[in-house]
Design a protein around this ligand. Structure first.
Ligand SMILES: [Fe+2]
Ligand SMILES: [Fe+2]
Length: 217
């Protein structure tokens, strides 16, 4: 990464290794603050390599965060909430699809690309809207429910560490190559990249069919 050690620490990118997990809602809010700080830093950045590094880190943070929510938090929320409040989880899941489509759009892009800044700006707006709904509508409802937020938080912190280890270090550009954003692929069928850019399914004859989500792009 291009960041200095100081910046990494300030941004909390290694927070899961140094601080206790806290409950599920605290963990998610902390992620939200981390991404918000990265967007703020992006707005003040001028050097192209710094902008790419920040956009890269935003995509990584959001991809891991969305995966943890989808695999652990949203199912727990769905189980705890009544039918009416469950709609909040459906809406959040749909919003994740749009976020992932935009993140996938940024894959391979460089700071000099015409739409680079616009993509990051729109991603920030999507994220702000989504975070507001989670924190103001969904989370308060869960605080009133009998749900083991500490136990869930511990599981989420564990999954987050696993995903961080899987993604590993950011790739450095080859000598002379322009730095560009590399969207992490977490696994075959559920990563930001694979899910947002295309979804595949087996047809009757066993061939893999690909469906493009062009409406989001
Ligand atoms: Fe979310
Ligand atoms: Fe979230």
């Amino acid at each position: 990464m291009i960041f200095s050690k100081k910046n990494e620490h300030e941004l909390g990118s290694d927070a899961s290794e140094t601080t206790p997990a806290g409950n599920a809602l605290d963990l998610l809010k902390k992620d939200h603050r981390t991404v918000s700080a990265l967007f703020k830093q992006f707005e003040g950045a001028e050097a192209e390599d710094e902008k790419v590094a920040l956009a890269q880190q935003i995509c990584v943070e959001l991809t891991i965060h969305a995966e943890v929510e989808e695999r652990l938090f949203y199912p727990a929320a769905r189980a705890a909430l009544d039918d009416k409040a469950e709609n909040l989880v459906d809406e959040a899941a749909v919003e994740h699809r749009s976020l992932k489509a935009l993140i996938a759009e940024m894959d391979g892009s460089s700071a000099g690309d015409r739409l680079f800044d616009a993509n990051v700006k729109v991603l920030k707006e999507y994220v702000e809207h989504h975070v507001k709904e989670e924190e103001r509508e969904m989370f308060p409802k869960l605080e009133d429910e009998k749900i083991d937020l500490d136990g869930l938080g511990a599981k989420m912190a564990e999954l987050k560490s696993e995903l961080q280890a899987k993604i590993g270090e950011a790739k450095h550009p080859r000598n002379g190559a322009k730095p560009s954003v590399h969207v992490p692929v977490l696994h075959g069928g559920n990563g930001a990249h694979s899910k947002a850019k295309s979804s595949t399914s087996k047809s009757k004859n066993g061939h893999t069919r690909s469906t493009s989500h062009s409406a989001h792009r």
